[in-house]
Structure formats: structure tokens, C-alpha cells
Design a binder for this molecule. Sequence first.
Ligand SMILES: Cc1cc2nc3c(=O)[nH]c(=O)nc-3n(C[C@H](O)[C@H](O)[C@H](O)COP(=O)(O)O)c2cc1C
Length: 256
Amino acid sequence: MTDTSFRILALNGSPRGRNSNTDILLKTLLEGAATQGASSETLYAVDMEIRDCLGCFACWNKTPGICVHKDDMPRVLEKMLASDLTIWATPLYHYGMTARLKRILERTLPLAKPWFVRKGEHYTHPPRYPEHTTRNFLLSNCGFPERHHFDALVREFELLANGDDERFLGSLLCTTGELLHVPEMRQTLSWYFDAVRTAGAEIATSLNLSQETVEILRRPLIPVESFVLMGNAHWNVPGETPPSVEEALGPDRNRP
Ligand SMILES: Cc1cc2nc3c(=O)[nH]c(=O)nc-3n(C[C@H](O)[C@H](O)[C@H](O)COP(=O)(O)O)c2cc1C
């Protein structure tokens, strides 16, 4: 990434890599950003060798800024520092990011210094490279139809940014994400993909999503009850009977 346009580094943390719902969303978002002249590079966690942080703090004392591991992470950090925005893209796994992406996040420790310093309401670690603004955006999709599944993940990014709006620009969170790769849904969901593209263009121009785009992106992809019944019908598990409509939707719910 050597040009002078707005540079985006995207990290795709799905174990499904290029075949993931995450990648469908990411590519659409980056398409939108490209319409505004932004350049981007996507790194796939599945392609990289990233070892676990050992917690040795060598990157803070013995060799400041340099980790003991010799793997792909220094390349990721270099690209992060050379970009204007990092997109953390992950399917939701147990209310959080995937282990692969978390491993990358933990290995960003060399970007901070060990000191405790007060910033606003809280104590934090100062950045090693204060001349570089670390802007982050979260992109996630999950299997369930309810948005509260993302609460802990969003909170994690808010805490990491320590109240600095510039460090955490916001998020694009898609429920019922398994619908994204269904070819028959492509046409029905064109309104959603258009909104994701618009979101990419808005991030590249104003580092922000407009209220209008946020509201569109929060709409369910299809009615929730239809999704639940479709989902249950999709599984074919030897020896198991799927739940009845009543069991699946509860006795009080409207039938689709
Ligand atoms: C180990 C595992 C944990 C998951 N945890 C959640 C969860 O907490 N909430 C949820 O709504 N979906 C959960 N899912 C569903 C995935 O988020 C969903 O299938 C997603 O569309 C996969 O996206 P991808 O194709 O980008 O990997 C989980 C899936 C797996 C395999």
C-alpha cells in the first residue's frame, strides 16, 4: 500500500476464509469504500501463521516494540501502521471474535508502551507510535436473529478505544448471517448489500456511518419467524426430529 489514498487494512478472522459470510460483507463494504478512492488490502487469518501471545512482555522491556515470535505478525503490524483504518472482520463465536482474530488482537501489544497513564476517566497504556492514529472498525455477522448477541464484542472494542471515538469508528453487525451466501437470497437482499456498499463509501469519506445507513442496516434480513423455521428445516440430522413450529416459535408468537 504505497499510494496516498485512504488506506484500509482488513483482517478477516473467519476460519472459512474466502468462503465466509464475513468475506461477502467485507468485499461489499470495501467495494463501497473503493468508489470513494479508498485502497484496501485484506489479510486472511487462515492464511497466516500467528502464534499465541506468551505474556512475556519482552515487547515492552527487553526488545521494545518487537515480539519474541518470528511469524507473520510483524508484517500485520507494519501494515496496520501504514493504514488509515483497520477493519476487524469476524463471525461471532460464542459472543466474541474468533480465536484466530483474538490471537491477532493480543499480538498488537508491541504497539503500546507498558506505562499506566491517565486518559480521561481511565488509566491506559500509551501508544508506542503516537504519530499514528489507530482507527478501528468492527464488521461481524452471527447466526442468531437477535442483535444483543453482539453486545460483548462491541463492548470489547469500546473498552479498547477507551472512549476515543477516533480509535473505534463504529460497527456493522449482521444477524442471520448464514443467509448472506445463499444464492437464492441474493436478489431479495440487494437492498442490504446496497446499504453495506453505502456504509463503505461513508466510512471512506466521513469516517462515520450516517444515521440513515445505520437504520437500514439494523433491519432484519427476513422476518425473524420465517428465518427460525427456515433454519430448523435446513438441518438434516440423522436420528433427530426438528422442533415443532410451536416449540420453535413459542406458544405466543405470531405465525409467519
Ligand atoms: C464455534 C461457533 C460459535 C458460534 N457462536 C455464535 C454466537 O454466539 N451467536 C450467534 O448468533 N452465532 C454464533 N455462531 C454462528 C456464526 O456466527 C455464523 O454461522 C456465521 O454466519 C459464520 O460466519 P462466517 O461464514 O463468516 O464464518 C457460532 C458458530 C460457531 C462455529
